[in-house]
Design a protein around this ligand. Structure first.
Ligand code: ADP
Ligand code: UVW
Ligand code: MG
Length: 867
């Protein structure tokens, strides 16, 4: 059967959209602003011959004028496609790779793509993943409780589906409630051929009932939904059923059809149940029971329930089911509907019902049209990108990636490049090469090694702009911050090139019986594990001193900054580094431990998270290898008086916002003496308020994204926790009103020890300002932290500032300047911030064998030795 629904004529037929569901295909010719020019709903499974005929007819008869693009609902984007994407061979490969995860949907979609690309070869074809809406699922919800190696190898996780429908219904809900979608807490149920339930918190999907495949969750028309996995194992065991039979049974013969033995169509079942058919009654009762269960479960992810939203053909058009579901949710405050039929989206609950129940017409097709237009606009804006951003609201980002090693621009989530992780043999080979390169590198003179590092400095200056742009595109910092990073990195290289002979000179000791000297020998192969926040600077500050010392280095970069890492490796190669002296390992984190355990690796230096630090330190310790750890920080920034308040505020701004707050020595806790507090907070908030979000490559932008939408969500959750527990946001407090990983610059006051913001590192543009009465209270608050990296004290009374600085438990304190880094100054911390020092004369000795050589005269008396 084919039907044409609710067309409203529009002037400009521009895009053709194809919305394949499991039981029907909808074709729509759509103009901008949700205008439907023509549409056809073919109520047959896509892929069936009747559908092919109807598609043919639609294209030949209805699509009379050229279309600008064709958009397709892509039920499963898999790990690679987390945004709408223009179809090319790579995209098709990515879709084919996951076709088996959605067997009802993806094979017919691929056929449709094939057919329409042949018929309309000159227009762009855009796939819009249903899974994109859920790409920012919190890790806790996205994780499947399966063995880690399986999860990693097969990208097993919860993806979530029906995203186009949810995106549409979320916006409509905002319209109906007169509220911004990004402030809403909702449970939404899409009930169609497939069915799912989603918890939406602040406009973002935070949990959803379908997981890796659209077979999970509530029972559906012909699909089982979640069942005991043990049942499947048992059915497959001893060949009770074949895999093919089980697959067919779960996808085609279960759910409402399996329960009723009658029909998969709720309309038939309602009629049959009314006439007393027991199986039909059981089917509907079980369906509504499971829905209630899932909706109640979803509500546990929310702080409050602003509305229950029902959509999908069944949610929209099957009042009997709505009534039973609402009646079963009294525990949530949901009351039975007071209205049956609706002509347009709206509430079915009473006006004074505590929880509004809204029913929204499913319009995946129109959402698809919007996304297709957006992809076209993005393409025109930027040449021809592969991916485009969704319109607002932007669902949060993803930990989902095709490869765990990928450059994804946090400004627009464009996947710039993905890298397959190096196989184990390649890693072993690289370790061997580094080991083999060591003896000859050790035996070159310090001057030769310094000359190489000097050439690297020169190349870095020459390539500064190119490198800065790469860093900005890869991790999102403002372009001027990237330039500062590259400049500092070049100066570090130059410092070690110039100073190496002095820093590595022998160290004679006073020894009464002969001559004693400490010489600085290299140790061998050293592994550096480096983070993404300063992908060039952190790497250089590890590599430069070790190379001039004579160690060979292996570099494991963060998995989101592989291109910066490779650009650096190239730079050292171009500077003349012999093979094996400087090698980048593009490997997942777990490989690090195998490398440290390797016989020939003599030490490891890590800058990164506490967790990674603990593991690296532990592995190195177990293998009796030296390690240097530079971990998190929660640096105090203490303002003692109002002398130069403008300067202190300026310093606070720089200290907190450099690198968008994603620095271990960021001014994370501002501690201000009471008399100055109010003026300080007002001035700081004023400065923060004026920041302008935008493309970080653009010089005019002053607010950059944080490194990923996941990171943005974590920050917003930390802030929200503080606000919920009584803190105040003087400015900011949530996501910035800009697509991508943007967070509002925020000033929090009234933070107390029960709040996450008190103990956790806030890795973004969030300033927490504490009021203290005097210097003693400032010091005791400063030291009330598990971390001890840097710190800053502001006062024109230098002795007073020094007295405070001397009592701060940290590795570095700066007076009258935010904590910073320079080549000649040691960098490192104490407590949970780690141990060891980088940079300066101290950094170069961390992986040196400070070997004692004692020379005695040939006639010196031989005494009894100790030791
Ligand atoms: N008025 C209705 N029109 C179409 N389908 C309805 C209606 N009421 C209930 N349904 C149910 O919704 C299902 C179709 O939902 P739909 O979302 O179009 O399917 P698909 O999974 O193909 O996207 C039908 O199988 C039927 O059970
Ligand atoms: C994901 C899914 O099940 O889609 P549909 O409901 O259209 O079959
Ligand atoms: Mg559907």
């Amino acid at each position: 059967m084919t039907t044409t629904r609710s067309p409203t004529t529009g002037p400009d037929p521009v895009v053709l959209v194809c919305d394949p569901g499991s039981s029907s295909l909808r074709l729509v010719l759509a103009g901008p602003e949700d205008k439907v020019v023509a549409s056809r709903h073919i109520e047959q499974p896509p892929g069936s011959p009747a559908v092919a005929v109807a598609v043919d007819e639609f294209l030949n008869k209805v699509v009379a004028r050229p279309v600008r693009a064709v958009g397709y609902r892509l039920v499963h984007g898999g790990p690679a496609l987390t945004r709408p994407a223009l179809v090319d061979d790579e995209v098709l490969r990515a879709v084919r790779a996951v076709a088996g995860l959605a067997p009802l949907h993806l094979p017919p979609t691929l056929d449709l793509l094939d057919d329409l690309r042949r018929r309309l070869p000159d227009v762009p074809h855009v796939v819009c993943p249903d899974t994109a809406f859920h790409r920012g699922l919190p890790v806790v919800a996205a994780t499947l409780a399966l063995p880690a190696p399986w999860r990693e190898k097969y990208h097993l996780r919860r993806y979530g589906f029906h995203g186009l429908s949810y995106a549409w219904a979320l916006r409509r809900t905002g319209d109906l409630l007169g509220r911004r979608p990004d402030g809403l807490h909702l449970v939404m149920a899409h009930l169609g051929g497939g069915a799912s339930v989603t918890a939406v918190r602040d406009g973002r999907s935070v949990d959803t009932s379908m997981s890796m495949t659209p077979l999970d969750g509530v029972p559906m028309c012909t699909r089982s939904g979640a069942i005991d996995p043990g049942v499947l194992l048992w059915l497959l065991e001893d060949d009770r059923l074949t895999l093919r039979e089980v697959t067919d049974g779960l996808y085609h013969r279960s759910g409402l059809l399996g329960l009723s033995g009658l029909s998969d169509d709720t309309r038939d079942l309602v009629v049959a149940a009314d006439s007393g058919d027991e199986a039909a009654c059981l089917a509907l009762d079980h369906y509504t029971h499971r829905l209630c269960r899932e909706i109640a479960a979803a509500s546990a992810s929310l702080d409050r329930l602003d509305a229950l939203v029902l959509t999908g053909e069944i949610g929209w058009d099957q009042p009997e089911i709505r009534t039973v579901v609402c009646a079963g949710l009294g525990i949530l405050g949901v009351q039975p509907p007071v209205r049956d039929r609706l002509d347009a989206d709206g509430p079915v609950s009473a006006p004074d019902a505590p929880i509004p129940v809204l029913v929204i017409e499913p319009r995946e097709d129109l959402e698809l049209a919007r996304e297709t237009f957006a992809a076209l606009d993005a393409r025109e804006d930027r040449g021809a990108p592969r991916t485009s951003r969704r319109e607002q609201p932007v669902p949060t980002a993803t930990a989902v990636r095709h490869s765990p090693i990928a450059s994804i621009n946090p400004y627009n989530n464009e996947i710039m490049r993905e890298f397959p992780p190096m196989p184990e043999q390649a890693v072993d080979h690289a370790v061997r090469e580094a080991h083999q390169a060591f003896p000859s590198w050790r035996d070159t003179s310090v001057d030769e090694r310094a000359a190489l590092v000097g050439r690297a400095a020169q190349l870095m200056r020459e390539r500064a702009e190119q490198l800065a742009r790469l860093v900005t595109r890869e991790m999102g910092k403002l372009i001027r911050h990237s330039r500062v990073e590259i400049d500092l990195s070049a100066r570090i290289l130059q410092y070690y090139a110039d100073k190496a002979p002095v820093l590595l000179a022998d160290d004679p000791l006073d020894f009464k019986d002969g001559s004693a000297t400490i010489i600085n020998d290299p140790l061998g192969v050293i592994l550096g594990v480096q983070p993404w926040n300063f992908p060039v600077y952190q790497t250089v500050r590890f590599a430069a001193p070790n190379l001039v010392l004579g160690n060979t280095v292996l570099l494991k970069p963060a998995s989101n900054t592989p291109q910066s890492a490779l650009a650096l490796e190239q730079l050292f190669a171009d500077a003349g580094a012999p093979r094996g002296v400087y090698t980048t390992l593009l490997v997942p984190g777990r490989e690090v431990y195998r490398v440290i355990e390797s016989e020939v690796v003599r030490g490891a230096s890590l800058t990164g998270s506490d967790r990674a630090g603990v593991s690296v330190g532990e592995t190195a310790g177990r293998n009796v290898k030296k390690s240097v750890l530079e971990l998190g920080g929660s640096d105090p920034f203490i303002v003692l008086d109002d002398d130069n308040l403008d300067r202190s505020v300026e310093a606070a701004l720089v200290g907190r916002l450099h690198n968008m707050g994603q620095s271990c020595v960021s001014a994370k806790r501002m501690i201000v003496i009471s008399e100055v507090f109010d003026r300080f907070v007002t001035a700081l908030a004023e400065r923060m308020r004026g920041l302008v979000p935008g493309d970080p490559v653009d010089e005019a932008t002053t607010l950059a994204p944080v490194c990923s939408e996941q990171a943005a969500q974590t920050l917003v959750d930390q802030v929200r926790d503080a606000l919920d527990k009584g803190a105040t946001a003087v400015v900011g407090g949530g996501h910035a009103d800009h697509p991508g990983a943007f967070v509002q610059p925020t000033v929090l006051v009234g933070v107390t020890p029960t709040m996450r913001a008190f103990r956790e590192e806030l890795f973004g543009p969030i300033a927490v300002v504490y009021r203290v009465q005097d210097d003693d209270e400032a010091v005791s608050l400063a030291n009330d932290s598990p971390y001890g990296l840097g710190g800053a004290v502001f006062s024109s009374d230098i002795p007073r500032a020094r007295a405070v600085a001397s009592r701060i438990e940290s590795g570095m304190v700066w007076i009258n300047h935010p904590t910073s880094s320079e080549p000649e100054l040691p960098f490192g911390g104490i407590k949970r911030s780690g141990y060891g020092r980088e940079l300066s004369h101290l950094g170069i000795k961390e992986f040196a064998n400070r070997k004692l050589i004692v020379t005695m005269g040939t006639d010196a008396p031989i005494t009894d030795a100790l030791g």
